[in-house]
Structure formats: C-alpha cells, structure tokens
Design a protein around this ligand. Structure first.
Ligand SMILES: *Cc1c(COP(=O)(O)O)cnc(C)c1O
Length: 356
C-alpha cells in the first residue's frame, strides 16, 4: 500500500532522490564502487561536496562573503558551536524562546556567557510567536528559531537588530523566500527539509568570525572547517550526497520561489479543513501558523480511536503529535506531494461523515 509520510524528521525525501541515492550505494558515478567506500578526498566526492556547497549559495541567493559548510553533530551541536564562535569571552547574547528547540539552544548558550531571553511564548504552550520585544543593543548576537517543528509556529517577520542575527532554520530552510543575506549565521540539521540525518548545514558570514577572543577547540571552530573546504575531518559523505541530490531536485523544480508556492497551497488546503471541520481545532495562533508543521487537535478526544483508524487505513503515517503537545502534527516539508495532503484532508472528511 502506498504510504503518505507526514513524519517530522527524519522525514520524506523526493522519490527520485531516494532512487539515485540507492543506486549510488552500489555503483557511484559508474566507478563500480559505492559512494560510501571511496575516499572523501577522491575527485568524485570532492565534486559532490563542492556542488552541494554551491547549490546552497545559489538557492539561498547569497551574496559573496558567506561560507557554507556541512558539519556533524546535528543542529543540537550548533546550539553550542554557534555560541562558541560568536559570543565574546565577556559577551552577552539575546535569545527568543519559541519552543523546545529554542529552550535547548538557550541552555547550551548559558554555558558560555550571559544570555537574555527577550521574550517567550511558554506561557501559552508555545502556540504563538512573541512580537514587539526589545533586543538589548549591547549583545553580540540575537538568536531565533525560524520554525518551531514541535508546536507548529513560524516566524513571518524577523526582528531588526543591530547585533548579529543567528537563526536555527532546521525545519524550514529552502521552503520559503527570505532575504537570507539579512542573517549572519544560519544552521539547519539536514533531516527536516534537505536530506538524511547525519549532516548539519551551516551558512555563515565570514567577517563575523574570529572575533571572540576564545580559544575554540578545532572541531568547534567554524574557521577551521571553512579553511578546509568542509573537509577538516571525514564528512558525513552519504548525508552530504543525498542533500546535494535534494538541492538539485529543488533547483530543477524552480528553486525556492517555486516550492514556496506549492508549500503555501499544501498548507492552505490542510488549514482550511482544520478550520472548517468542527471535529478539529488548530493548535497554533492563526497568524503564526507554520507552513511546514501543521499541529491540530480533536475537539473531542473520545473520538480519537475512530480518527486514528481512518487515517491508518488511508496509508498515512507520522501524524501523531510530539509527546510534549499531544494531538496531531502533519509535517508537509518540500518533498511532500499535494496528493498526500489531499489524502489526509479526505480522511478528516470521512471521519466527519462517520460521526454524523
Ligand atoms: C530537529 C530540530 C533540531 C535538532 O536537530 P538535531 O539534528 O536532531 O540535533 C533543532 N532545531 C529545530 C528547529 C529542529 O526542528
């Protein structure tokens, strides 16, 4: 039976990417060798890394002066690493707390300096994005999370700040048009919208590095990775390769402007059903709704078994809400086809008919 994969991460990748990726496991570039058994210093893999890095620059429309590297350790390591590279030894930083991932970023940053949380939506179960807060002007950087994977909220309007702007874009990078040159540092774990788990994309403005006065351990030092063209140590070759394939897929689709239109249409279809169908209610504040992770609940939890049976039978997987929120979460990342969103909407309507 065909499955419709709404998993939050690791998550759906385009079928043609998976096909090419599996071919490369057995015979990469007609070398009669596997991609995962050749040297990362070989010409064939160096090309993969260079292609992946330049596709990121091209798709994000980055001006000169940015470096792109593929690291390991997940976005979770970047919580610490970004702080290490940007927070002066006696420095301060400001954070916006919009959910679990922000909270974890704050926790790591606090190990290295004085952190101010400028606003938090914890008071309402993180169902909205705080606005109109003030960012102190004596901070080294301001950190935010563009899309809150667990709660289904997304920043639409980024704060203006005179300090450096740092953003965890793990779950919505490459999904919508933004002026990416407004950001000084962007990081994103691959497994939400770019590739398999195992690599983390870091995009950083070169001129901001090397100014902290810290003695940064090599593996945590962005400048070390940049100076070695993202090959300071063995990169996560397979994850980088599959990410490259996904980026090529996205480019062929028409890049971010094209996928943004599709993402908006998918989200509009699903949110419209949540708002129309009396058996459901959305979790996130309407104006802050994520185009990537759609969170919703049943208006009456006693019907849970009935609804769960219906979507299971439709081949839908991965819509159970995060354990900290409950309810449902349908992740509709770039690779999710409209057709699968329609299958979910049909299941919601079938549920309504059954109960009436
Ligand atoms: C998944 C996620 C993370 C954690 O990513 P790992 O690669 O598992 O460390 C961090 N931030 C956001 C927004 C996420 O969605």
């Amino acid at each position: 039976m065909k499955k419709h994969n709404f998993s939050a991460g690791p998550c759906i990748l385009p079928q043609e990417v998976l096909k090419k990726a599996s071919d490369a496991i057995l015979n990469f570039n007609n070398l009669n060798l596997s991609l995962i058994e050749i040297s990362h210093r070989s010409k064939d893999f160096v090309e993969v890394m260079e292609n992946a890095r330049s596709l990121v620059k091209e798709l994000l429309n980055l001006p000169d002066g940015y470096s792109v590297i593929f690291l390991q350790g997940g976005a979770s390591l970047e919580f610490l690493m970004s702080t290490y590279n940007l927070l002066k030894t006696d420095g301060k930083a400001a954070y916006l707390d919009t959910g679990t991932w922000s909270t974890k970023a704050i926790k790591e940053a606090k190990k290295l300096g004085e952190i101010t949380v400028v606003a938090s939506s914890k008071d309402a179960g993180y169902n909205y994005i705080p606005k109109n807060y003030e960012i102190p002007n004596d901070v080294d950087f301001f950190h935010c999370t563009s899309n809150n994977t667990i709660f289904g909220t997304q920043i639409k309007e980024f704060s203006k700040t005179d300090s450096l702007l740092v953003c965890d874009m793990s779950s919505d990078i490459f999904s919508r048009q933004l002026d990416f040159s407004k950001f000084d540092l962007i990081y994103a774990g691959a497994q939400k919208n770019m590739g398999p788990a195992g690599t983390t994309l870091v995009v950083v403005k070169d001129e901001i590095l090397g100014k902290t006065g810290r003695d940064i351990p090599s593996m945590l030092d962005y400048q070390v990775h940049i100076s070695k063209d993202s090959m300071f140590n063995t990169p996560s070759v397979y994850a980088v390769y599959v990410s490259m394939l996904t980026l090529e897929w996205l480019k062929n689709l028409g890049g971010i402007p094209a996928v943004e239109k599709i993402n908006e249409a998918k989200a509009a279809l699903l949110y419209a059903e949540i708002d129309r169908n009396p058996l459901f209610k959305g979790y996130a504040n309407k104006e802050d709704r994520s185009l990537m992770n759609v969170t919703f609940n049943l208006t009456d939890d006693t019907h849970k078994e009935t609804f769960d049976k219906i979507w299971n039978e439709a081949g839908i997987v991965g819509i159970k809400g995060h354990r900290s929120v409950g309810g449902y979460r349908a992740s509709i990342y770039n690779a999710m086809p409209m057709e699968s969103v329609q299958v979910l909407v049909d299941a919601m309507q079938k549920f309504e008919k059954q109960l009436s």
